[in-house]
Design a protein around this ligand. Structure first.
Ligand code: F3S
Length: 755
């Protein structure tokens, strides 16, 4: 679907020379991850080496993918860059805003109506700027990407944490915030800390009831939800080559659940088969031409301990199917131990609903294996005990499995097919009765199972498993049923055993689809008008931020001195505010409402120095803005940790906060503030935090000589007429200082377009 073969050709043409240069510099054989990273440096052919876990490196990703919820602000910002087209191939996917309630067709129609203004905006902005647009119902971003765009050895970023799914086709694919996506589309470099490397060796071969999902469920149990942080996980071994490309995708997908930067696999025949089956034989041919560059050097896999920071080995011959949960994806239980553990922990054992599909597990192979179990229900005289739902990952998968009779099979056991969208995976499941909050158990083949994630009920115990195991447990209606050893009693009172699942890696008749739901952008988008209603409360076009006035900042009012933890959630809350993601002014009404005011230990109650009254943070800041007075936010350690949400930096900028002065920053938030043209400063002496008083007016001096490594002077003018002068450090480089002066990074890009 309009994948960019010329771009892939260019990547493959330059890769060998870059890898050779990197190998020479590093002075040893290279892992696959290193080959991909070193061949995507912003600087081009490598001239230096980087330290894992330490060096910050500028990269040039090949692609950008965005889902509808996060694309809104990313594209509103991109419009500010003034470019006629995106700098790299990019796509938008409408998948997150569709509720799963009645049936695929009804739910889709409701979503199209309810989200019309968002879809109209995304469709028109994509049309204008050369972005591929996948309509609501086309499928889930990661399934659509692996079917159409992912390619071995490529590098992409996406505005969703499960972007990592494309690692199944041998990419380095990483989830980012909208600001990063905007930068890359605008033609800027993308920065990442050079990752550490974890090697996972898979010996043996998947067999019987065990599937690729069980590999990652096992890995999650070993590494826990934090174990992959800052690392890329590279899989290798005979177990990898004997596995399908989509199975690899499932493993890569759930790398997000162990906090990994991403996961990847060396190019092999399974990838060539998948590329060919999905209409990309030419990509497979190109990849075959540079095979040795699309996997690690042989020495690496022969002696992994020398080349990886950590090595894990898993034997697929003995790997059992797993059930992970409840409430966390790293609580891994082999199916044979579930009976004992469920009893011990008091987990409800009656399975109410089994849900298969999602971006994690809706390949043809997954569905065909699940269907082979569903077929046994009639054949063995059984009756399915639990409810059962199917969420196809794309229209292509849905159409093909319908053609091949699997949907009929699922419906014959009471299965319900939801839209090709995120639905129940992201709390968009209007599950009847969930509001009662009853304790109950569900099993699903998705990736996340935190409390409330599926149906909003905090008492739903969600367990993650392969689609095969989910189907078996739904048939049995029992969490402790072990299909490898246990018998079921059928309608005739006989004891029957389910045969192990069987399926096809790829459809023997090929994939098919009538309308994949893709809309190609206009060749020349210059006359396309982006649709944003001026009265919309969900979308608002952005205005460029004003440049620095050229003087020191005097008389800034202290807006809030935040105490303790202040994450991006405290700065810009999620939940009900998510619907305003595309409307900066409306979402700014949540600015810092979760932060704790040092002076009264309350949230969202700060002193308005103009009136002396206490009020909500956003309203107080709006009063300063209306009076033409700047303000400053003071914070504690690791300010802005959490997510890369750009709203947390844009909101204070929009409402007129000029500087954020803290003990320390979470790095991504610090960079986001810089990009928006804010001053992100740290106390040279952390104890100076204590000198900040509630009624302070604050001056920031030295901006005329703002330079890398040169501290700024801060004067705290206290209410009683006394003052303190303190020193603030910063980490701005020359380019970032230009961002500050111009009023934001996008103002610089806009000014440079056409030059
Ligand atoms: Fe959607 Fe769930 Fe995947 S929200 S993108 S199906 S992780």
């Amino acid at each position: 679907m309009a994948f960019d073969i010329e771009m892939i050709k260019a990547v493959y043409e330059r890769m060998p020379a870059r890898v050779e240069a990197a190998r020479k510099l590093v002075g040893r054989p290279l892992t696959l991850t290193e080959k991909i990273l070193y061949s995507h440096l912003w600087e081009g052919t490598p001239t230096q080496t980087f330290e894992r876990g330490k060096s910050y490196v500028d990269f040039a990703p090949d692609r950008v993918a965005m889902q509808d919820a996060t694309a809104q602000m990313a594209l509103l910002q991109f419009m500010q860059a003034g470019r006629p087209k995106v700098a790299v191939p990019s796509t938008v996917h409408c998948d997150h805003l569709i509720e799963a309630k009645v049936s695929s067709a009804t739910d889709l129609a409701v979503a199209v109506d309810k989200n019309k203004e968002v879809y109209d905006f995304l469709s028109s902005v994509s049309d204008k700027y050369g972005i591929g647009f996948w309509k609501a119902g086309a499928g889930i971003i990661h399934q659509v990407v692996i079917e159409n765009y992912a390619f071995p050895g490529g590098m992409m970023i996406g505005t969703d944490s499960h972007t990592v799914n494309a690692g199944g086709l041998g990419m380095i694919a990483i989830g980012v915030g909208g600001a990063d996506a905007c930068d890359v589309m605008a033609g800027l470099a993308w920065e990442l800390k050079f990752p550490k490397l974890i090697g996972v060796k898979l010996t043996g071969k998947l067999n019987g009831w065990t599937s690729a999902k069980d590999v990652i469920l096992k890995v999650a149990g070993i590494l826990t939800v934090k174990g992959g942080t800052g690392a890329v996980v590279e899989y290798f071994g005979e177990g990898v080559t004997s596995m399908s490309a989509t199975g690899k995708g499932t493993i890569a997908n759930m790398g997000a659940e162990i906090g990994a930067t991403t996961s990847t696999f060396g190019y092999d025949e399974s990838m060539a088969r998948y590329l060919t089956a999905t209409g990309r034989a030419d990509v497979a041919e190109l990849a075959n031409g540079i095979k040795e560059y699309l996997t690690a050097d042989p020495e690496v896999y022969a002696d992994p301990a020398t080349y990886f920071d950590q090595v894990i080995e898993i034997d697929l011959d003995t790997l059992e199917p797993h059930l992970n949960g409840p409430f966390t994806p790293d609580l891994a239980t082999p199916i044979s131990q579930m009976k004992e553990l469920a009893e011990k922990n008091g987990w409800p054992t009656k399975v109410e609903v089994g849900l298969i599909g999602s971006c994690t597990n809706s390949s043809y192979e997954d569905i065909s294996r699940a269907a082979s179990l569903a077929k046994q229900v009639a054949a063995k005289g059984l009756k399915t005990k639990a409810e059962y739902t199917i969420t196809p990952g794309s229209e292509q998968v849905r159409y093909t499995i319908e053609r091949d009779g699997f949907i009929d099979t699922f419906e014959s056991i009471g299965g319900k097919v939801f839209s090709n969208a995120c639905g129940p995976c992201i709390g968009q499941w209007a599950r009847a009765g969930a509001e009662k909050g009853e304790k109950n158990t569900i099993v699903h083949s998705f990736n996340r199972n935190f409390a409330k994630r599926a149906d909003g009920n905090p008492n739903t115990y969600a367990f993650v498993a392969s689609p095969e195991l989910v189907t078996a447990l739904a048939i049995a209606g029992d969490l402790t049923f072990n299909p490898l050893t246990d018998y079921l009693t059928n309608e005739a009172g006989e004891q029957v055993k389910l045969d192990p699942p069987k399926g096809d890696e790829l459809p023997t008749k090929g994939f098919a689809v009538e309308d994949a739901g893709y809309q190609a952008p206009a060749e020349d988008g210059s006359s396309v008008v982006v649709k944003v209603s001026p009265t919309s409360d969900r979308l608002q076009l952005l205005e460029p931020f004003t440049p620095w006035e050229g003087t020191d900042l005097k008389g800034l009012k202290l807006l809030i001195k935040a105490k303790g933890k202040c994450t991006t959630d405290h700065i810009s809350m999620a939940g009900p505010w998510l619907k305003y993601r595309g409307h900066l002014d409306n979402i700014s009404n949540n600015m810092l409402i979760g932060a704790l005011n040092y002076f009264n230990e309350k949230t969202d109650k700060v002193k308005n120095q103009l009136t002396g009254e206490y009020g909500p943070v956003p309203a107080t800041q709006r009063a300063y803005k209306a009076a033409g007075i700047g303000s400053i936010v003071v914070g504690d350690q690791n300010y802005g940790e959490g997510s890369s949400r750009e709203h947390a930096a844009m909101e204070p900028r929009h409402l007129g906060v000029r500087a954020v002065l803290v003990k320390s920053f979470a790095r991504i938030h610090e960079t986001n503030l810089k990009k928006q043209g804010m001053l992100a400063l740290t106390f040279a002496n952390e104890a100076d935090y204590d000198k900040i008083q509630e009624n302070d007016s604050i001056d920031i001096n030295g901006l005329a000589d703002f330079a890398p490594g040169k501290p700024l002077e801060i004067v705290l003018n206290h209410e009683d007429g006394s003052s303190d002068t303190i020193v603030a450090n910063h980490s701005y480089n020359d380019q970032q200082i230009e961002w500050f002066k111009a009023g934001g990074a996008l103002n610089i890009i806009r000014a440079s377009v056409g030059k």
